[in-house]
Design a protein around this ligand. Structure first.
Ligand code: SAH
Ligand code: SF4
Ligand code: F3S
Length: 438
């Protein structure tokens, strides 16, 4: 069989990045080699995100521009996967005549067959939910080499149904992966040079509670910490309502667990949190952060905040700003609320104008800039441990992250990659820190 070439475009969260790796590995089994540009490709796969309308619109834009690519290469096969594929299914094939095939978030394993059919001109759409966890058995693409840090999927899906969120509809119900499989994969990547793992799932705190072998998330962290070669453990994303006492306890005695937690709050207003169906109040949230910070003094916290949820008043928004200051986030990932199909919030009355919402977002960004500045300033003059991940864009420098997940660049050679170093932080560069080793 002649080698063909595939170009994979990945949008959205880490889960999609991880899925794209599995897609690469699966396509190798039918003789497709990954390439970095569309120009070289026989096939393009667009792995999509539909968390906000803009993300979805972008996908349509990209698919339209591919008409141009087809002029240069009329045989180019185009496939769409991921969350927009799951959401739209057959409609995508109808709307976009030059599309070859569509596969949903639970159908990666069918890709070799789907592609073979598409090669013969048969347009296929597979989006059935398969909830037996077999999709975890897909091997990631180890052939492209391993980085120092790696995400390891431990569960998929979400049962929380926050009122604004499309994820439960496009990713399906929560399913946890068997612990023995997770540990085996981490042992394997550790032997291949990985030093930091991020345990990945839409809702990692509920790992093992609804499926798997009954082991909970805290137990999993403790077992991962025993794997030789793994120096650091992170996780993404945890839900504040499920942040359990055993998990908090991990921060006191699992040294490899990094001093960072991404704990999305979404809003600082109790009224909005209730409308969002988040299952906690502002004071529950602050109480949990305080507990964590008592146990880990250097803990840095990041968050997601939605601006302009239906019915959000200026006062509600002020509550989000004041919560940000109370917690002192090192970073927040914020977007204006976007109505999504099927979600409850999409039917809620919404009074604030687009202009008001984007003006609120600007104010939030300005506050976050100051909060990040003060976190970074507090590093200056101190030595901090950095796991070196690679060479910086600037020659003669390497980069890595602190346990608190802040990026540091400092002079050094590639021989440092994969080691823990303690540079002195000499400058706050806004988005990163500058250090020196001697
Ligand atoms: N499971 C994770 C994140 C899921 S989506 C969690 O619970 O935190 C990532 C982020 O996208 C969310 O945290 C939220 O801030 C944002 N988001 C989700 N739906 C959105 C919508 N309809 N409009 C704007 N932002 C949204
Ligand atoms: Fe979406 Fe909420 Fe589930 Fe996160 S917890 S994926 S925001 S429904
Ligand atoms: Fe987007 Fe799907 Fe992830 S909607 S954020 S790619 S789970």
């Amino acid at each position: 069989m002649q080698q063909k070439k595939v170009h994979i475009m990945t949008f959205g969260c880490q889960m999609n990045v991880s899925d794209s790796e599995k897609i690469t590995a699966l396509l190798r089994t039918i003789d497709y080699e990954p390439v970095a540009s569309i120009g070289e490709a026989d096939m393009v796969i667009v792995n999509t995100c539909s968390v906000r309308a803009k993300a979805e619109e972008r996908i349509y834009g990209i698919l339209l521009t591919m008409k141009g690519e087809l002029k240069n290469n009329p045989d180019l096969l185009i496939g769409v996967g991921g969350c927009v594929a799951q959401q739209e299914g057959e409609r995508l094939l109808k709307k976009i005549p030059h599309l070859g095939f569509v596969f949903g978030t639970h159908n990666l394993h069918l890709l070799p067959q789907i592609v073979r059919q598409a090669e013969t001109g048969k347009r296929t759409c597979e989006t059935a939910f398969i909830d037996d966890g077999s999709r975890f058995d897909l091997s990631p693409d180890y052939d492209s080499g391993l980085a120092i840090t790696r995400s390891i999927t431990i569960m998929q899906g979400c049962d929380n149904f926050c009122s604004y969120c499309i994820v439960p509809y496009v990713r399906g119900r929560e399913v946890s992966r068997q612990k023995s499989d997770i540990l085996e994969e981490i042992q394997k990547v550790s032997a291949g040079g990985v030093r930091e793992v991020t345990l990945l799932g839409q809702n990692v705190n509920s790992y093992g509670t609804k499926s798997g072998d009954g082991s909970d998330f805290a137990r999993l962290i403790r077992d991962v910490a025993k794997i030789p070669g793994i120096e650091r453990i992170r996780f993404m994303t945890s839900h504040p309502k499920d942040l359990s006492a055993p998990l908090v306890e991990c921060y006191s005695d699992v040294e490899k667990l990094c001093s960072h937690i991404h704990l999305p709050v979404q809003s600082g207003s109790d009224r909005i949190l209730a409308l969002m169906n988040r299952g906690y109040t502002r004071s529950d949230y602050i109480g949990k952060i305080e507990k964590l910070k008592l146990i880990r003094r250097d803990l840095l916290v990041t968050s997601d905040i939605i601006v302009g949820f239906p019915g959000e008043t200026e006062e509600d928004f002020q509550d989000s700003l004041s919560l940000m200051t109370t917690v002192g986030y090192s970073d927040t990932y914020s977007f204006v609320y976007s109505p999504r199909p099927e979600t409850k919030a999409a039917k809620m009355p919404d009074n604030a104008s687009k202009g008001e919402k984007s003006e609120r977002l600007k104010r939030l960004f300005a506050l976050q800039k100051n909060l990040t500045k003060s976190v970074h300033d507090s590093y200056v003059g101190k030595r901090v441990e950095v796991l070196v991940e690679g060479e910086s864009k600037k020659t003669g420098q390497v980069y890595g992250r602190t346990s608190g997940n802040r990026t540091v660049n400092f002079s050094g050679s590639s021989s440092l990659i994969g080691t823990l170093q303690r540079p002195l932080i000499i400058k706050n560069l806004q988005n990163s820190l500058l250090g020196e080793l001697e």
